[in-house]
Design a protein around this ligand. Structure first.
Ligand SMILES: Nc1ncnc2c1ncn2[C@@H]1O[C@H](COP(=O)(O)OP(=O)(O)O)[C@@H](O)[C@H]1O
Ligand SMILES: [Mg+2]
Length: 174
């Protein structure tokens, strides 16, 4: 089995609070893996460690075959992260947000990539409006579209529909 993620004995504490006490799991390439747990269980902590935003206290992990501690830049190049709060630039348009990410990913045809994703996420009509005028559901759709720029091998989604009303959730899930 080819592994997208391999986590062994992962530990993390915030001062006195031991959040991760030896977490082990593996994720097969080409699969969808859901990490379930109550509020405060440590899901976001795991995501932040695997996406190289936070250092663990112990244990090892590889993402797309790269050790997160030894090769964090390779890990970053091969993943994307959509967090609990939309990470979109409010003063840019939807199209400009996508083009910016495509440029940061050093893609050859940023405009073409943006057009394609705007179309797939049903944002073409709103493409040239500032994101500050978007609904919550539209913002999250754009956020997820941005995480697909450059076709990363692995996509992390940390509660991407939090804060949306039921209609907005259905819209994002679609
Ligand atoms: N930066 C931090 N400093 C102190 N405690 C934190 C910090 N981040 C998270 N925690 C605590 O760690 C625990 C796990 O949090 P988190 O990973 O966000 O859980 P989940 O995503 O499963 O809800 C919670 O008790 C939370 O309050
Ligand atoms: Mg969380």
């Amino acid at each position: 089995m080819e592994k997208a993620i391999e986590v062994k004995g992962l530990q993390k504490s915030y001062k006195q609070l031991h959040v991760l006490k030896g977490v082990d799991f593996e994720v097969e390439k080409g699969s969808i893996f859901a990490l379930l747990g109550s509020n405060g269980a440590g899901k976001t902590t795991i995501v932040r460690i695997l996406t190289t935003l936070l250092k663990s206290d112990g244990g090892t992990a590889t993402v797309n075959g790269f050790d997160i501690a030894a090769k964090p830049d390779y890990v970053r190049q091969s993943i994307s992260l959509t967090g609990q709060f939309a990470a979109v630039d409010e003063i840019l348009t939807g199209r400009e947000n996508l083009i910016m990410i495509a440029r940061l990913r050093h893609l050859k045809y940023p405009r073409h990539v943006a057009d394609d994703l705007l179309n797939r996420f049903d944002l073409t009509d709103a493409a040239d409006r500032r994101v500050s005028t978007y609904s919550g559901g539209m913002r999250r759709r754009l956020d997820i579209a941005m995480s697909l720029v450059g076709k990363p091998q692995l996509i992390f989604l940390d509660e991407p529909t939090t804060g949306l009303d039921p209609e907005g959730r259905v819209e994002v899930w679609k």
